[in-house]
Design a protein around this ligand. Structure first.
Ligand SMILES: [Zn+2]
Ligand SMILES: [Zn+2]
Length: 345
């Protein structure tokens, strides 16, 4: 048994190294990783070598979208057993702050999120993880699908916060990975009309394939005019910004109908000009999303029940040996690669 890990050491520098296989402590499990997704944040760390503006020091194992098999359990573990296929939830809250105690653990100031420095990630053969953050996969949910659950949870949390329901018209700005998982979540939660916008046709085609009712290519059409046309001049009930872009973020107020809700899902960097006079006049609600909370079981159930076909977002699969190529392709062909995924064994 070997424990190879894909490390990042500074900007655009990835290499493999061998580690000892860790022993699960009390309340932990040892997992053999089957698949691990390459997240936008992993690619960002690889591209910039920084977190914010601070260079990442030392070796960092990337990856937090992981599923695999339980190889061993520590003392006191009762929720899973050796041989179970599972997905891991990557954020480990402190468990005793007011956020953790009230169930809003994604806001824990002491969150240990694997692959986010200084916490090591899951692009390795073996990892230990708290058993309470590991969920068994039903027989009809593959390990590959398991590795796609983490990005799906971002979309599900966004749809939950937006309060999506039957009858709602929804606009999703951006058809990258998170735009598509938000679409899948809105669809599963019975949104009546889903409009997706992007600048790249291949992404819009994927959105249509995943159940979007309308796709708007912002290069060819005026997004606002088309949304108004599709909503009888009213605008959408809920508008999700998933592109992480100041231009689309600033558009949200015009696209949302009176009394509607804006959900900012993408990481919109820098100052965004928002017109609060217009926003107040329409009495819009603005919600923001930081990762997710309490949605892993729901996401697993939705896939198992056939309400979400999450495998469709996996656009590029690489053997672990070719992990560096997965990063290069994710970086150089950003618009073509929706989600690269590493097959670890
Ligand atoms: Zn991720
Ligand atoms: Zn906490």
């Amino acid at each position: 048994m070997k424990n190879r890990a894909l490390y990042m050491n500074g900007k655009l520098n990835l290499a493999f190294k061998e580690l000892d296989i860790p022993k699960p402590q009390h309340g932990e499990v040892l997992l053999k990783i089957g698949y691990c997704g390459v997240c936008g944040s992993d690619v960002h760390f690889y591209e910039s070598g920084c977190i914010g503006t601070t260079p990442i020091k030392g070796d960092l194992i990337l990856g937090h979208e992981a599923a695999g098999t339980v190889e061993a359990v520590g003392e006191g573990v009762t929720n899973v057993k050796v041989g179970d296929r599972v997905v891991l939830e990557p954020g480990i809250g402190c468990g005793h702050c007011e956020y953790c105690k009230s169930g809003r653990y994604n806001l824990c100031p002491d969150m240990q999120f694997i692959s986010c420095p200084p916490y090591q990630g899951a692009m390795r053969n073996y990892i230990t993880h708290p058993a309470h953050l590991v969920y068994p996969l039903p027989e009809n949910v593959s390990t590959l699908e398991g590795a796609l659950i983490e990005p799906l949870c971002v979309g599900m949390h966004a749809a939950n916060l937006g309060g999506v329901k039957l009858g709602d018209t929804v606009v999703i700005l951006g058809a990258g990975c998170i735009g598509l998982t938000t679409l899948a979540a809105c669809k599963a939660m019975s949104a009546s009309k889903i409009i997706v916008t992007d600048l790249f046709q291949n992404r819009l085609d994927k959105a249509l394939e995943m159940g979007a009712d309308y796709a708007i290519n912002g290069r060819e059409e005026d997004t606002l005019a088309r949304v108004m046309e599709l909503t009888g001049g009213m605008g959408a009930h809920i508008v999700f910004e998933t592109a992480g872009n100041r231009v689309t973020a600033a558009q949200t107020e015009s696209l949302t109908r009176r009394g509607g809700t804006i959900v900012i899902v993408g990481n919109v960097m820098g100052d965004t000009p928002m017109n609060f006079y217009k926003i107040a006049h329409k009495e819009l609600v603005i919600k923001t999303v930081h990762r997710y909370r309490n949605v892993f079981p729901l996401a697993i159930q939705a896939i198992s029940d056939g309400k979400i076909d999450i495998e469709k977002i996996a656009s590029d699969c690489f053997d672990f040996d070719n992990g560096i190529a997965a990063f290069e392709k994710s970086l150089c062909e950003k618009q073509a690669v929706v989600k690269a995924i590493l097959k670890m064994e």
